[in-house]
Design a protein around this ligand. Structure first.
Ligand code: HEC
Length: 245
């Protein structure tokens, strides 16, 4: 009896599953995008690779996923920012992942609208970057930089002679495009973890590995002040073109 029920259940599942999976996913495409040929270009490349079948429908029709405006920008084209939304279907999620992958992005970027205008995915990253707000105390930041970091780093002309040879100056670090990320996470970057303690942020030193030098103890507010100060430092002119006159 039990075996029969089990068998019946298996057949039931076995028969219904493929039927359910067979149903095409519906992708709503706004008219301008559809008319440009964008969706006809992009969708088949995903379908070919995955076997997931997708039917394109008009922007106002019922669909499990859609290209739309507003939301997190996925790509820019035809002078507009476009995003992709779906209702949680696993295959739609797969399409979303593919669109954001290197191959998906390359596919989007290799499409050229009939008027010759390019499509780009560059803006997605730019929009996603968090805005860092340097609202710490700049004067306090300079003092802290000189007293704590100035043991090793040249901070400005006030400790020009005190920095340690191979340690990059703050002006050099400031000239790096990701300087803010580096400063916000400096306590995780060597050599700092072995001697830096930020209140409520870093773990206590390992008792079996006492700091090799006088530990540097600070708070999040101290780091905010240092960031605010570094933000106003003039970047070192590393690759300035030679003046010819
Ligand atoms: C005991 C010496 C010492 C002290 C004190 C010190 N640093 Fe450094 N710091 C270094 C050295 C050495 C490097 C270069 C590491 C390298 O190039 O691998 C460095 C690199 C950095 C970098 C770049 C890290 C990276 O991986 O890009 C930042 C940012 C930085 N320091 C910030 C600070 C700040 C902020 C302070 C003070 C709160 C400070 N440092 C205090 C020695 C020190």
């Amino acid at each position: 009896m039990l075996v029969r029920i089990l068998l019946a259940t298996l057949i039931f599942i076995g028969v219904l599953r493929p039927l359910a999976a067979e149903e095409d996913l519906r992708l709503a495409v706004p008219n301008v995008l559809e008319q440009s040929g964008f969706a006809q270009f992009v969708v088949p490349r995903f379908v070919l690779k995955t076997g997931v079948r997708i039917t394109r429908v008009g922007e106002d029709e019922a669909a499990q996923m859609r290209f739309t405006q507003g939301g997190q920008t996925l790509f820019v084209g035809l002078g507009k920012q476009w995003s992709f939304e779906h209702e949680g279907d696993a295959r739609a999620e797969r399409f979303a992942t593919w669109l954001r992958s290197d191959i998906g992005k390359r596919t989007i970027e290799s499409f050229i609208a009939p008027d010759g205008s390019p499509f780009s995915t560059q803006v997605a990253a730019a929009v996603a970057v968090p805005v860092v707000d340097f609202d710490g105390d700049v004067a306090e930041g300079e003092t802290l930089s000189l007293s704590m970091c100035g043991r090793c780093h040249v901070i400005n002309e006030k400790n020009r002679m005190n920095g340690m040879g191979a340690t990059p100056s703050f002006a050099v670090l400031r000239s790096l495009t990701d300087w803010d990320d580096r400063f916000q996470t400096f306590h995780l970057r060597n050599p700092h973890p072995s001697f830096t303690q930020i209140e409520d942020i870093t773990d206590p030193f390992d008792p079996s590995l006492p700091p090799p030098i006088v530990p540097m103890e600070m708070t999040q507010a101290d780091l905010d002040a240092i960031l605010a100060y570094v933000a106003i430092i003039a970047p070192a002119d590393l690759g300035a073109p030679l003046q010819t006159q």
